[in-house]
Write a protein that binds this ligand. Structure first.
Ligand code: PHE
Length: 363
């Protein structure tokens, strides 16, 4: 009787061939993705080695242990071959990716230019802060303003020279009676019409006049307006407020009120700063002229006064019960004095180096 034989699918040569085929396929795989495909072909559920397992049933019992061990060893060999190839390919792919994604941190970079707040904006914020710290509020109004707010309500009659087209920029069509506000004073009116009394507001904002564009004039400029309306407000409160503002802006500086005229304040004054360069020493001294104050000893800073009762009335405020003061100054002018910026044109050119120099670097 011939010795029992395993079915042909399970004889040693067939199993060795399957292992060799699997090893060859794994070697042939050039990437981990290809290797995954080869693994499912040679070690997956439908792989010949897995299917050969099913032939175990036909193996005579006395051979079963040996054939089973051969099959198990074959599968382990295939698994090992796969795992070795996988490690080699994965390592190669990782090395390739690291090389491709390498960043040379020593390469020179082109820095994106960083801006800086404009000194006029920065100064307006700072001016506003002085008043917010005293409990005042910031008020705002439109830059395209009703002619009535910009002039009539402020007691500037229809024939006031400030209305002439040479100063005021009107917005077409004329029948709409709109102007680009020539000062921030219309915000006084808006504040009185909309806020409960007492009113303590400052309005920093953009203003427009048909002016020349030169070292001391720009057609688009900025003002800060202040308005306090309460019971018992006097000129003394105005002087104290302006002194406080001047000192926070310029350090220990002397101010003076010089009689002047504005239709919306009565009495009215210009507020002057004692020249903080020559402190008046250049006055009458032709051999020691001062360029900052033109040897006058004082620098004109802004306009101010006690709110004209006609303005209060126009806003429905009883002038017998309430009084107020108002002031308005140019922000560019303030910047010129404070930072010795001689030419206003620098303020509109938008050169970041100018901004950095004046505000001490980007914030
Ligand atoms: N509005 C005035 C101007 O632009 C300044 C001012 C404001 C004067 C408030 C008095 C009171 O010149």
């Amino acid at each position: 009787m011939p010795a029992p034989q395993p079915p042909p699918a399970l004889d040693a040569a067939a199993v060795d061939r399957l292992v060799a085929q699997a090893e060859a396929a794994f070697q042939a795989a050039a990437t981990t993705a290809e290797l995954r495909g080869a693994k499912s072909d040679h070690a997956g559920d439908q792989a010949p080695l897995s299917l050969a397992n099913r032939a175990m049933r036909q193996v005579p019992p006395e051979l079963r242990a040996a054939v089973g061990a051969r099959l198990g060893a074959a599968r382990a060999a295939v698994e090992r071959a796969w795992s070795e190839r996988d490690q080699v390919l994965a390592a190669a792919e990782l090395a390739q990716r690291l090389a491709a994604e390498r960043v040379d941190v020593t390469l020179p970079v082109s820095l994106a230019p960083v801006g800086a707040p404009h000194p006029v904006t920065a100064l307006m914020d700072q001016l506003g802060d002085v008043f917010v710290a005293m409990g005042w509020e910031i008020a705002e109004g439109p830059e395209v303003e009703a002619e009535w707010m910009n002039f009539d309500a402020l007691n500037l009659g229809p024939h006031h020279p400030a209305r002439a087209t040479s100063d005021t920029l009107f917005v077409a069509p004329p029948k709409n009676h709109l102007v680009l506000r020539t000062h921030t004073s219309p915000v006084q009116i808006r504040s009185l019409l909309t806020r409960p009394l007492p009113v303590y507001v400052v309005c920093p904002g953009t203003t427009y006049r048909a002016d020349e564009f030169d070292a001391t004039h720009v057609p688009v400029f900025h003002q800060i307006e202040g308005l306090a309306v309460d019971r018992g407000i006097t000129l003394g409160h105005l002087k104290g407020t302006l002194d406080h503002l001047a000192q926070t802006m310029f350090g220990p500086v002397v101010t003076r009120l010089r009689p002047s005229y504005f239709p919306f304040t009565e009495p009215s004054a210009e507020v002057d700063l004692e020249c903080f360069v020559c402190h008046g020493d250049s006055v009458g001294q032709p051999d020691r002229p001062c360029r900052t104050c033109a040897s006058e000893g004082w620098i004109e800073w802004g306009g101010c006064g006690v709110v004209n009762p006609r303005v209060l009335k126009a806003c429905g405020v009883d002038p017998d019960e309430y009084s107020g003061f108002a002031f308005g100054m140019g922000v560019e002018r303030t910047l010129m004095f404070r930072n010795a910026a001689a030419d206003m044109r620098d303020m509109v050119e938008g050169d970041v180096r100018f901004s950095r120099a004046l505000i001490g670097g980007a914030r």
